[in-house]
Design a binder for this molecule. Sequence first.
Ligand SMILES: [Zn+2]
Length: 399
Amino acid sequence: MNIPRTLLSMVLTAFLAFSICGTVTAQHKNFILVIDAGHGGEDPGATRSRYLEKDINLEIALSLGSLITRSLPGVDVLYTRTEDRAVGLAARGDFANRAGADLFLSIHTNSNASSSPNGSETYVMGMDKSDDNLAVAKLENDVMRYEKDYTTTYAAFDPASTEMSIIMGMMQYAHFESSLEFARMVQRRFAADTPLRDRGAKQGPFAVLWKPTMPRVLVEMGFISNDSDRRYLYSDKGKAAIVEVLYGAFREYKEGLDSGITPAPAPVPAPVFTQTTPPAAPVTAAPPVTAAPPVTATPLVTTTPPVTTAPPAPVIVVPPVQTAPPAPTVIREFYVQLAAARTSVSVLDNRWTPYRGEVVERQIDGWFKYALGPYTESEAAAKLAEVRRTKFRDAFIVR
Ligand SMILES: [Zn+2]
């Protein structure tokens, strides 16, 4: 397998830079939010008679930015567009990277050939193979063809390739949990404060979420193709409520960061798993999230592999064992991550079946991450394929 090295190192560099500077800069500079109104110019997005997705996206984006600027000190709001003009999908992410953004929020309106699907959903970058999610991503990615050099710009963007899967895994490693947490905050408010059906926080291979190297989500506010959703989206009451939903979720996310807990803890039931698969057995209620990690219970069985609590991403170099011929150094630094939780879960818990006892726990950025490994690049890719055939179908590769 031949992973595009430059892209891989770019992702890693971004991750390392974030790890080192993240907490320091958060306290000394304003929070930078990039609001991305989907589509624009010759690309109308989804349409239904006189209703164009690009217009409602822009209207919500500008209202949201204005409300945040008026109400939340310490936030700089930047827009990928403030008028009806075309902006490439990759260019939107490049803009956010150059700005040193802390959060990227892409605003869209959904559409379906059938008029019955309805409701709001929020996506994070991921490789969920659900047909519905792929269909939405395909629809949003299709607008690439409005860009002149799209075959070159997106040459490395192939959601079907194993290489892409690994690269996306690296990206997820840096910001997956934070992105998912924000996506859930958005969806909780859609469910509580609007009549729009809550379709949940999901994963999909969205090209517009490919480039940004910070927590990032794409909101599909509702379906332009559904009569009831469309009436609501285009009503003054509906627009105001949606702006409030996004504003409230952003404020909650930012307050979580300001309080030093990343991402914001409340009111998520703990432990929070990034897996959607229901647990095989109930897990004892966890204590509230605090700065100090809970003490892991001493395992009763001595065959348990040691729980790794070492610093993030240990690089384990396995020296060549054979004397001749000289073998190349094998670097095992890749893990297949099954899930992450805010509180510690025993590596012997039934929910890890069929990998119960093989799972290692790593504490990174306030999360307890459960993974298999370490592996070489190719071992990790093979293991990922195996793992995704089990209930851990959202597993991904990390360092
Ligand atoms: Zn769209």
